[in-house]
Write a protein that binds this ligand. Sequence first.
Ligand code: FES
Ligand SMILES: [Fe+2]
Length: 329
Amino acid sequence: MSVQSQPAIAEYTYPRGWFMVARGNELEAATPLPLTFFGRKFVAYRTAAGEPVVLDGTCPHLGAAIGVGGTVDDDGVRCPFHHWRFGPDGRCNDIPYSKIIPPRARVNSYPVRELNGNIFLWNDPEMGAPDYELPDMAEYRDPNWVKWSLVRKDIKTVPKEIVDNIADKAHFPFVHGAAIAEFKNEFVGHTAKQYAMNLHETLAAEPGGGLPSYATYHGPAYLLTFLDGPYPAWMLICHTPINTEHVAVWYGTMVKCEGEMTAEFLDVAANYVELGKVAFYQDVQIWENKDPAPQPLLCAGDGPILQARAWYSQFFRPRDSDAQQVAAE
Ligand code: FES
Ligand SMILES: [Fe+2]
């Protein structure tokens, strides 16, 4: 079959992967947390043993939002409207006024991970099992590191714009006021890496010195960056689409204390977190106001933006789409 006559492989609206949906401390024992992502409702809660659970948030009975006014009951969550209870597997396991539970009384239950203080959901239009894992950070449990506490900001953009940034070599001096001495990308499987030597005046070890940064996307929505400066730091940015026009973005930084954790050091750490946040919000201002550029006009000196987009597109295609493509040829 010729290239022209190949059937187009439909892309998903939202990518497959792990997505941050809440900080761990937002899940209280007795109260479910209503969430909206990927254009639909979810409900999150903890079981009696403290395990996080995320279910579809729309009740199959009469459509109430389970998370809004619902209650956590034992290992399940009760809908506020007629008190049907759904277990961690998504099945309705109690209707207070009926002994018979309709077999279709169930909602989807999603794979969930609680990692380094945050809750992640596996979004998958094929409803398959996770095909990669996010990194567990030993630093989060190390008393010599000031832990991150991620801050959420909802912005008007699409995640594609945010992901372009991993390869956008040319914007650093203009948006962030930092020249770049070296810059390299590598795209391998579900990871996209960026190495940059920032000539950053405030974060470098010495005036005029360089600050190496190593950023890695683990899947489409989890960007972890190591800043190898005088105070080693891990910066985390997670972004989850709320709908087709808005994205929830979380930002946080952990900083290592080499000696005693003094008040002075805590000031330094707070300053680090603040500087990273300022740099990140500089990008946000561009994203919120730019138009999509599906066919950008690139020139020498721009980073490999098209390569980054090709890497990102893998999360929008069915797993066997490459095999389908080969079979069609
Ligand atoms: S709508 Fe949820 S129990 Fe009736
Ligand atoms: Fe940027």
